[in-house]
Design a protein around this ligand. Structure first.
Ligand SMILES: O=C(O)c1cc(=O)[nH]c(=O)n1[C@@H]1O[C@H](COP(=O)(O)O)[C@@H](O)[C@H]1O
Length: 231
């Protein structure tokens, strides 16, 4: 059984590198996320190969469209046998309900992205959205919960207040994870693994701090150890 809280973001620009990298990891120590770049390049066959290596796959395509289109896309994504898929909460309740309905009776988990972790207060103002990231994330997360989704993607900074409001069974998936000496890259709302766990995160999405490490398996083990001691 895989009780790791880590989802490794497999953000690579070619299939061979991605598969070789996945093979150096251990499917008992993490799950794998495939995003837009790799899926556009390598498609369902790659998902199949990763599942054959024993990985639970989170297919991160962040669907955001009219309800009918999103529901159909969710249904097809689920038929690939993936562990989890996501949509944007900003698609609104009709879209979220349609996505949820498309997965009724299926094993695939459905979560909603709230506010991207690359965005900060200034980005919201630029869009004419008033309110802090925390308030917006909370509103979108509770909407997703009311629509019956399994959880949301948010930053670890919002996880503590959300955990209180959404209860213990709602999944909080937190990207933007960085140790204190890691490069922040394009992430704006970041937190350490310890902070994410203490704030109630269910799973931590970690990409570059593992994929760019000279010893990815060791980095994964180090993150897992940090998480276990924070639990
Ligand atoms: O849905 C996501 O996974 C996601 C949502 C979000 O708000 N922020 C975010 O960074 N992600 C993804 O999480 C991963 C983070 O990667 P690193 O910044 O390299 O750790 C990337 O694959 C992003 O696409």
């Amino acid at each position: 059984m895989n009780d790791s809280r880590i989802i490794v973001a497999l953000d690579f620009s070619d299939q061979g590198t991605a598969l070789n990298f996945a093979a150096t990891l251990d499917s008992r120590l993490c799950r794998i996320k495939v995003g837009k770049e790799l899926f556009t390049l390598a498609g369902p066959q790659l998902i199949e190969k990763l599942m054959r290596l024993g990985f639970d796959v989170f297919l991160d395509l962040k669907f955001h469209d009219i309800p009918n289109t999103v529901a159909a896309a969710c249904s097809v994504a689920s038929s690939l046998g993936v562990w989890m898929i996501n949509v944007h909460a900003l698609g609104g309740s009709k879209m979220l309900l349609a996505a949820r309905q498309a997965l009724d009776g299926k094993r695939t988990r459905l979560i909603a992205v709230t506010l991207l972790t690359s965005m900060n207060h200034d980005d919201l103002s630029e869009l004419g959205i008033s309110g802090s990231p925390e308030i917006i994330v909370q509103r979108l997360a509770l909407l997703a919960q009311r629509c019956g989704l399994d959880g949301v993607v948010c930053s670890a900074l919002e996880a503590a207040s959300l955990r209180e409001k959404a209860g213990k069974d709602f999944w909080l998936i937190t990207p933007g994870i960085r140790s204190s000496n890691d490069n922040r890259d394009d992430q704006a709302r970041i937190a350490t693994p310890t902070m994410a766990i203490r704030n109630g995160a269910s799973y931590l999405v970690i990409g570059r701090p593992i994929t760019r490490s000279p010893d990815p398996l060791k980095a994964l083990q180090r993150f897992n150890d940090e998480i276990v001691s924070a639990l």
